[in-house]
Design a protein around this ligand. Structure first.
Ligand code: ATP
Length: 200
């Protein structure tokens, strides 16, 4: 089974590309969904969060204040790293289990959609890495109209990630999503052609 990592940067178009690939019936594992699933599945994650971050992120019933916590770790990169070191082993375990199950089911190709694929070294376990790249001014424009963030907030978020240009060094296939969706779809068609060679 071919394991493909799909990655990019904030607002570069990963979800757009993933839904185009879904139309071709590829099976996709969404790392963001997995990161929410593991919170429900492994209670030890929140136990560790409580020990390391304190009771403030839990309400009086003991419910996790997910949004407040998300804002907190987003604002302080060191805190985010601390949280990632707690949750990442669970996410990786879950992703590997999903790959194994899909391989047993007889899938030929499975795509892992993970924004921080490279930052978390998951690319090393993939047979192929696809990067959804976009030029920075288009990226800023798109985030601005989608998320209603200020220019500064957007630039901070872009700078908090590895740059899309650096990610190019890790990619086997680069989709330039800086133009219209028809142009992106054409590149997806080229990719699908390439993957069909593998399936034969
Ligand atoms: P994030 O990781 O931040 O959630 P993403 O990489 O999944 O983002 P998308 O949500 O797919 O990115 O795209 C960002 C925004 O840009 C969306 O509003 C989407 O509709 C728009 N968009 C994506 N690709 C194009 C394109 N080629 N032309 C015009 N708009 C686009």
């Amino acid at each position: 089974m071919l394991k493909i990592g799909l990655t990019g940067g904030i607002g570069s178009g990963k979800s757009t590309v993933a839904s185009m690939l879904e139309e071709y019936k590829y099976t996709i594992i969404d790392a963001d969904t997995v990161s929410r699933e593991v919170l429900n599945k492994y209670s030890e994650i929140l136990e560790k969060v409580r020990i390391q971050f304190g009771d403030n992120f839990f309400d009086w019933r003991g419910e996790f204040r997910r949004r407040e916590f998300g804002n907190h770790v987003f604002r302080f990169p060191k805190e985010r790293k601390k949280y990632e070191s707690i949750i990442m082993p669970f996410i990786i375990k879950e992703i590997n289990e999903k790959f194994e199950q899909l391989e047993k089911k007889g899938e030929h190709i499975v795509i892992l959609d993970a924004p921080t694929l490279i930052e978390n070294n998951l690319h090393e376990e993939m047979d192929m890495v696809i990067l959804v790249w976009v030029d920075q001014s288009t990226q800023i424009q798109r985030i601005k109209s989608r998320d209603k963030l200020s220019q500064n907030e957007i630039i901070n978020r872009i700078n908090a990630q590895m740059s899309l240009d650096r990610k190019k060094d890790y990619a086997n296939f680069i989709i330039d999503n800086g133009k219209n969706l028809i142009k992106t779809k054409e590149q997806i068609d080229d990719l699908v052609e390439l993957l069909r060679l593998y399936e034969k």
